[in-house]
Write a protein that binds this ligand. Structure first.
Ligand SMILES: [Zn+2]
Length: 445
């Protein structure tokens, strides 16, 4: 990476040159010109305009900052699991410049405007990347959904099965229908943890096969079918978070063909890890990591677009909760800082390029939450940029990550792809100065 100081009176603040700039049109040599925190122009690589600072990345790629719409920050209340400072440092170091925080695992859960204000206050002044918030839909709070939207959440999340924390109970079928009806009135988005509690069972023993057998593909598929049915009935927009079972893909494809307003995401661990290689409770999450053949089918779902994106579901806890008994261990995987190299390592081996990975990890999630100025290198967008060396490799050391707790199923794995530098709205994310902003849903209220 070569820096050059430029003309103080130049038209642009920063120009980043790379032979591999990834834009919505594809990958190629360009000079990206930044002014006042936004991408002002894309110019030929060999004719960069004058700027106050020029960075030449050579063969190191330039991607848009990733958008991770599925992060459990856990502050306030469980800040010892993860907090805004540590989570957003990990995000910036991992090339993620926008996160959207989940409404549960912090205390209070984000199920009212008052709780949203508590969370914003806790996050204030600590964020190294831009941060938005999801609200929560729980039994009895359907009257809070519109106020939450007016206060700026990007949508609301619900569970159909127990969430893992008592303060965030699941919706039953009637509760889901009611929440969707309310959301449909103002075109709100419902995001759903889809496992059918009528199909889930208690694990018969402490091993991973026992745990996996207790949370079957059928439990996921039946819950997804229920969401499809109620989204079709109410006209509301629904999104399935963290699809683990490929058995959900065919119902989702059919629903989308029928015009049901439904989308779905998956996560790095379902695409890169398999049940066969699970070696400890760091791998436990819900729904579970399944067999290799299922993983391969999820890649097909990404390739044909029924899965719109890949987001982390970063859901850490303290190490003491990751007990060896899979039935009792905390269910959640830490990967905020590792999503890009984890996905790139597998994607490149499967013949996918940087454009596809960018579509899944930046453009798709930005579109889900309606952030047209995030997730792509195009004039007018925020200058959220990531210098990514797609050829370099490293071995994961969980203790060296910015995550608050050193627990990760990727520990010891060799991954390909190194984040060299991250810019947030044109400024280097130095992990010292928190200049992240709060993002809100626009056009509401
Ligand atoms: Zn989650």
């Amino acid at each position: 990476m070569v820096h050059a100081e430029g003309d103080e009176r130049a038209e642009f603040d920063l120009v980043v040159r790379s032979r591999r700039v990834v834009t919505p049109e594809g990958e190629g040599p360009l000079a990206v010109a930044v002014r006042a925190g936004r991408i002002a122009a894309l110019r030929p690589h060999d004719a960069p305009p004058p700027a106050r600072e020029t960075v030449d990345l050579g063969e190191v790629a330039l991607l848009p900052g990733l958008v991770d719409t599925h992060v459990h920050v856990n502050e306030p209340g469980r800040t010892h699991w993860e907090g805004f400072a540590s989570a957003t440092r990990a995000a910036a170091a991992g090339g993620v410049t926008t996160i959207v925080d989940m409404p549960l695992n912090a205390l209070p859960p984000t199920v009212s405007v008052a709780a949203l204000e508590v969370k914003r206050k806790a996050a204030e002044g600590q964020c190294h990347v831009d941060v938005g918030f999801w609200g929560g839909a729980i039994p009895g709070n359907s009257g809070e959904l519109e106020p939450l939207h007016r206060a700026g959440v990007f949508g609301v999340k619900c569970f159909l099965s127990p969430s893992g924390v008592d303060e965030f109970p699941a919706l039953d079928r009637a509760g889901l229908r009611e929440a969707l009806r309310v959301l449909a009135e103002f075109d709100g988005l419902m995001i759903v943890h889809a496992e059918d509690p009528a199909v889930l069972t208690d694990p018969l023993g402490p091993t991973y096969p026992d745990f996996l057998a207790s949370r079957t593909a059928e439990a996921e598929r039946r819950a997804v079918e229920q969401v499809i049915e109620l989204a079709a009935e109410t006209g509301a927009r629904a999104h399935i978070v963290h699809v683990s079972s490929a058995s959900c893909l065919e119902p989702l494809r059919a629903a989308r063909r029928d015009g049901v307003r439904i989308s779905a995401e998956t996560c790095p661990h379902y695409l890169t890890l398999t049940a066969e290689e699970v070696s400890g409770p760091a791998y436990k999450c819900c729904p579970p990591i399944r067999e290799a053949a299922n993983r391969d089918a999820l890649w097909e779902g990404l390739a044909d677009g029924v899965l719109m994106g890949v987001v982390s579901d970063h859901s850490p806890s303290t190490p003491d909760l990751k007990v060896p008994d899979f039935a009792a261990a905390w269910g959640g995987i830490s990967s905020l800082q590792l999503g890009l190299p984890a996905v790139w390592t597998s994607a490149s081996a499967r013949g996918h390029g940087l454009s596809a990975v960018t579509r899944w990890m930046a453009e798709g999630p930005a579109a889900l939450v309606g952030l047209p100025y995030k997730g792509a290198i195009r004039p007018g967008a925020d200058a959220d940029l990531v210098a990514f060396d797609p050829e370099a490799g490293f071995t994961v050391d969980a203790a060296a990550l910015h995550h608050r707790n050193p627990v990760s199923p990727y520990h010891g794995r060799a991954l390909t792809g190194v984040v060299v530098r991250t810019w947030l709205r044109g400024r280097p994310a130095d992990l010292v100065t928190p200049h992240g902003r709060f993002l809100t849903k626009e056009g509401i209220g």
